[in-house]
Design a protein around this ligand. Structure first.
Ligand code: NAD
Length: 417
């Protein structure tokens, strides 16, 4: 990426393209293409050696016309205002498309977490959350884990907020530990959403899952759950990969014999599972019914798109397909389930966690999974039908749904005062 690359500009360009397609009223475009609120905070932290260090923190709310903002908080040295603004905008579309009553938010702290002790990490987290508390809350903005933040940090956030308001507020963050109001089924939710999307689209293409060959890139939280659940459905998993390598076996691989999120090469799927070792690029070019990129962004590009032979691509990762590759897939008639549709399982179950936290009433895992399945299938169906009706890609159809709902909500609420 060039130094001038702006994720927010990219998010705006994507919005502009669909707004043109929809002939969206010009007066609302300026409202929707900018975040409604961005907060910059300076986070002082007492370090273990007694010195005080300050860190830059952000929280952005892109749009709250449909409900409170929702989105993760990341700790990384890539965090910038530009990045959180883009990610908040994408969250608005994702929540809108998912049909859940949230707008989009995102936050982060510019920090290298590897350089912090456990105590410093806790003090940083608590002070950052206290600083953004002026705009977050169970009915205002509900953060969640993201890059380098986890359930332990969500517990500190929830406790900090609760201490400050004098009562326990389970609904202030999602992704909490189960013992503190986390939802059953959250860990598997994104991978399960990928599985639900895959089975749904195989059905629409007239392919029996039991005859389907599936290739999955990435064997972390999303990829491993998707692989296991699709294996349980009877699909043949013929290719798997992780950061250390890829493996191909036309007779099928058993994902239960592999280790999720391997931390050393010996534990890689390519070493643990029987088959032919191949490169990641060869994996993406395998002949298969479904290819699910579940690792990281920019994997299917202008360079390798022509070699892709899958009939269906289900985007488990965020942004795995570049616009050039996407254009090629549309021309070639490859059905692509876009990321903000196919990987929405996580945010949908976060919504369930929020509801449970507000009600202090907790659901069984089966209830969570059934509700997730119903909502995901409903969303895939509506996007697929619109794409067919208008002869457009599922990505464009998904964007139209997402933007239309937020535009309608904004128009119906009116401009205050
Ligand atoms: P993770 O860290 O658990 O796993 C990532 C996996 O990708 C690992 O197996 C890793 O070895 C593999 N990988 C990394 N680089 C690779 C490469 N060059 N080639 C092949 N494999 C590679 O991450 P995750 O939580 O599973 O997230 C994966 C993607 O899904 C990310 O884009 C993330 O933003 C997106 N996503 C995750 C969730 C969620 O709930 N976890 C929700 C929505 C979107």
């Amino acid at each position: 990426m060039s130094k001038e690359y702006s994720a927010f500009k990219q998010a705006q360009q994507e919005f502009d393209k669909v707004a043109d397609m929809m002939q969206l009223d010009k007066s609302y475009r300026s409202v929707l293409r900018e975040p409604s609120r961005s907060l910059l905070v300076n986070v002082p932290v007492r370090m273990d050696d007694g010195s005080i260090k300050t860190f830059a923190g952000y929280r952005c709310q892109h749009n709250t016309a449909c409900g409170p903002a929702k989105g993760g908080i990341r700790y990384s040295e890539d965090v910038s205002l530009d990045e959180v603004k883009a990610l908040a905008m994408w969250m608005t579309w994702k929540c809108s498309l998912a049909g859940i009553p949230f707008g989009g938010g995102k936050g982060g702290v510019y920090v290298d977490v590897k350089k912090l002790s456990e105590g410093e990490l806790e003090r940083l987290s608590r002070r950052y959350f206290a600083e953004i508390q002026v705009i977050v809350g169970p009915d205002k903005d509900i953060p969640a884990p993201d890059m380098n933040t986890d359930s332990r940090i969500m517990a500190w956030f929830m406790d900090t907020y609760s201490m400050n308001i004098g009562k326990t507020a389970l609904g202030v963050v999602t992704g909490k530990p189960i013992s503190l109001g986390g939802s059953l089924g959250r860990d598997s939710a994104t991978g399960r959403g990928v599985e639900i999307s895959t089975i749904n689209l195989l059905g629409k293409q007239g392919i029996d899952p039991k005859n389907a060959d599936v290739v999955i890139q990435g064997f972390g939280n999303v990829g491993a759950w998707a692989a296991k659940l699709l294996y349980d459905d009877g699909c043949k998993i013929i290719g798997l990969s992780d950061v250390y390598g890829a493996v191909y076996n036309p007779d099928g691989l058993n994902p239960y014999d592999a280790i999720e999120r391997a931390m050393k090469p010996e534990d890689s799927v390519s070493n643990l599972l029987p088959g032919k070792k191949i490169t990641n690029n060869e994996l993406l070019a395998l002949e298969c019914d479904v290819l699910a990129p579940c690792a990281l962004q920019n994997q299917l590009t202008a360079k390798n798109a022509k070699s892709v032979k899958a009939k269906i691509i289900v985007e488990g990762a965020n942004g795995p397909t570049t616009p050039e590759a996407d254009k090629h897939f549309v021309e070639k008639g490859i059905l692509v389930a876009p990321d903000f549709l196919a990987n929405a399982g996580g945010v949908i179950v976060s919504y369930f966690e929020w509801i449970q936290g507000l009600a202090f009433l907790f659901w069984t895992e089966r209830e969570v999974n059934n509700k997730l399945s119903a909502l995901m299938n409903q969303n895939i169906d509506k996007v697929y039908v619109l794409a067919e009706e208008r002869n457009i890609s599922m990505r464009d159809a998904a964007y139209i749904f997402a933007i239309q709902r937020v535009a309608d909500a904004t128009r119906l609420r009116g401009i205050y005062p």
